[in-house]
Each structure stands twice: as structure tokens, then as C-alpha cells.
Design a protein around this ligand. Structure first.
Ligand code: FA5
Length: 333
């Protein structure tokens, strides 16, 4: 071989390299390239072998030529490797990119039942006025539900609270008033509590009555309380809950456990009046029953219908809508 022929061979290898390396796009292809050009039996090794066939004086120049080509290809291989890695990284990142303009998955948003909303709001109003929240059992004894509230076995008022009995002397409470007795028996005055809870009556279901409904009881016992304080609390409460545009009417009523007793109606003109609660000054006989001295302290109480409050607020005309779980109704609140 002559030096000229070797030079031509080098050019040929350089062209082959340029062509082959342009189409190598992954690490495996690059490794194959390395073997093909720089490996022990690769194109360059073969060219170095042919040095032996050159005349002695041409070998130094030929060696230089081949070494330069070898360095050139090794450097180009490294550059190509870096490029392939960058391409791979970019392809991976492109695959992982989030398209923030795509619409998300729609998830229905739950909300609180309107009765829960009303109950919580009323609780908050009275917590702000300094009341605590108490609770009592839904299965009550005759004593707490009736007797301690001066509703004896033969008292005609028992008919008003037609009850679901579970066993002799044990019933589903007909109102939240038994909690008054439980609280007064467990702590000395001053007592200032409200008690939200479920009540049960054998009432025929109609637009304003349900056999299961909710009341919020209020009880305040302290020295020097009068009916004027009760009226003040009522006005504060009704204004805080309904805001302007509603009218309140307080009229005489009868409950065996309060004296005097009252009922409260609310309306949003021109709508009809709706009875929302029974109320009154705690009867001295009840105070004595729980161990308080009626000469020392006085108190007042009320029992409020939660459903009726919700009906007035949203103009709902049938109480039964609250219990039918119709999503078209419930999703409005
Ligand atoms: C009572 O239950 C007395 N315990 C209230 C009370 C407490 C008076 C403390 C004095 C002192 P009444 O039966 O009127 O009272 O019921 C009170 C309120 O509960 C009613 O005004 C009404 O808003 C609601 N309510 C009564 N029965 C039902 C029913 N079947 N369905 C829906 N709401 C009812």
C-alpha cells in the first residue's frame, strides 16, 4: 500500500463514519458504531495493520494520519453520545409533560343538608350569646320526658305528645325538654344551654308535621331573670337568623312546665304565620323538682322547631321535602 492509498482509505472511513453516526439514535447503535470503527477489529485497527505494508519512510506520516483520524472519530463519538442522551431526556420529558389546558375530571361536590346548616347556624348564634351546647338521649324515660316536667300520667297534655313507646316507661323523646331536667340536675345555676336534637311523635305527616323532626331547646336559669329577658333573647335570635323582612308574634299558650307560657310565630309578609316554638318561664314546681329554690333563681326556656326555621328561610312549603333525599331539592342549598 502507498501513502496515497492510505490517505484515500482514511477519507473513505471518514465518510462512512459521517453516514453511520448520523443514523445512530440510541446507546446500542452508538456501541455498535464504536465497535465498527474503534474496536479491536474495527476499521481503524485494520488500517493500522496495513502500516506494515508501507515503505518504512512513509510510516511516520501514515501513523500521524491514522492517529488523527482515530482521535477525530473518538471525539465525534463522545459528542454523539452526549447528543443521544440529551435527545432521550427530551423525549422522556415531552412524554411526562402535563397539559394544563385540558379540562379536569369533574367530581360532584357534596354539601351539608339544609337542616344541618340551620342547626349549626343557630348553635353559632347562641354560642356567641354565651350558651353551651348540651345533649341528651333520644330514648327517654317517662320520668324525664313527662313527669319531671309536671306532665303526670293522667295529664291531658300527654295527648298532645302522642308518643312512640319502646317498653313500659321507655319512649322515643317527644321533645328536647327532658334535657332541661338532666342539665339542671347535673349542675347548679347559673345554667345557660341549648340542646339540638331529634324528636319523635305520632303526628300525622302533613306539610308542617313530620313524625321525626328536630328541636333546639334553650334553657337559662339564673337569679333575677324575667319574661323581658326571654323576649330580648327571642328578638336577638330572630333578627340574627332571619335578618330584616320578617315579623315575629308572641302569644299566650299553655305548657305544664312553664308559667307563663307562650308560642312564637314568624312570617315573611305576605306569607302565612308559622309557629316556630313554645316558650315560657320555668315553672317553680320544675325548679323545685331539680333541687333549685324558686325563691332564689328564675329561668326561661324554649323549644324551637328546626324544620320550621328552614322552611321560613327558604320559602319551603312542605316539610316532607327534607326527608326525601331528592338530589334536585338538596343541591339548591
Ligand atoms: C314543645 O315541644 C315544648 N317542649 C316546647 C317548650 C320548651 C315550651 C320549653 C316551653 C319551654 P311544641 O309541641 O309546641 O312544644 O313544639 C315546639 C315546636 O316544635 C313547634 O313550634 C314546632 O316548630 C316544632 N314541632 C312540633 N311538632 C312537630 C312536628 N311533628 N313536625 C315538625 N315540627 C314540629
Amino acid at each position: 500500500m502507498t501513502l496515497e492509498e492510505l490517505r484515500a482509505r482514511c477519507e473513505e472511513v471518514r465518510r462512512e463514519w459521517a453516514q453511520a453516526s448520523a443514523s445512530a439514535h440510541d446507546p446500542e447503535a452508538l456501541e455498535a458504531l464504536r465497535v465498527r470503527f474503534l474496536g479491536r477489529k474495527g476499521a481503524l485497527a485494520t488500517a493500522f495493520d496495513s502500516l506494515r505494508t508501507l515503505p518504512a519512510e512513509a510510516r511516520a506520516a501514515a501513523g500521524k494520519l491514522l492517529n488523527a483520524l482515530k482521535d477525530e472519530i473518538a471525539a465525534a463519538l463522545e459528542a454523539r453520545r452526549a447528543e443521544v442522551e440529551r435527545e432521550a431526556l427530551q423525549a422522556r420529558l415531552a412524554g411526562e409533560r402535563y397539559d394544563l389546558t385540558l379540562p379536569g375530571t369533574w367530581r360532584p361536590l357534596g354539601r351539608l343538608h339544609p337542616l344541618t346548616q340551620v342547626r349549626r347556624e343557630i348553635e353559632e348564634i347562641f354560642l356567641r350569646l354565651g350558651f353551651d351546647v348540651a345533649s341528651g338521649p333520644e330514648v327517654e324515660t317517662d320520668y324525664y320526658n313527662f313527669e319531671a316536667l309536671a306532665i303526670g300520667a293522667d295529664h291531658p297534655a300527654r295527648d298532645e305528645w302522642d308518643s312512640f313507646y319502646i317498653a313500659e316507661g321507655l319512649l322515643l323523646r317527644t321533645h328536647t325538654s327532658p334535657v332541661q331536667i338532666r342539665v339542671m340536675k347535673s349542675q347548679p345555676p347559673p345554667v345557660r344551654i341549648i340542646c339540638p336534637g331529634r324528636c319523635y311523635r305520632r303526628d300525622n305527616p302533613d306539610a308542617t308535621h313530620s313524625p321525626v323532626f328536630h328541636q333546639i331547646e334553650l334553657l337559662w336559669v339564673e337569679k333575677g331573670l324575667t319574661f323581658a329577658h326571654l323576649k330580648w333573647i327571642l328578638r336577638e335570635f330572630v333578627t340574627a337568623f332571619f335578618g330584616p323582612g320578617y315579623e315575629m308574634r308572641i302569644s299566650a299558650d299553655f305548657f305544664p312546665f312553664t308559667e307563663p307560657s307562650a308560642q312564637v310565630h314568624i312570617r315573611k309578609p305576605p306569607g302565612a304565620w308559622l309557629e316556630i316554638m313554645g316558650a315560657g318561664m320555668v315553672d317553680p314546681a320544675v325548679l323545685t323538682e331539680v333541687g333549685c329554690d324558686p325563691e332564689e333563681v328564675t329561668g326561661f326556656a324554649f323549644g324551637l322547631g328546626v324544620e320550621r326555621m328552614a322552611m321560613l328561610r327558604w320559602g319551603i312549603e312542605d316539610i316532607r321535602l327534607f326527608y326525601q333525599n331528592d338530589i334536585r331539592f338538596l343541591s339548591q342549598f
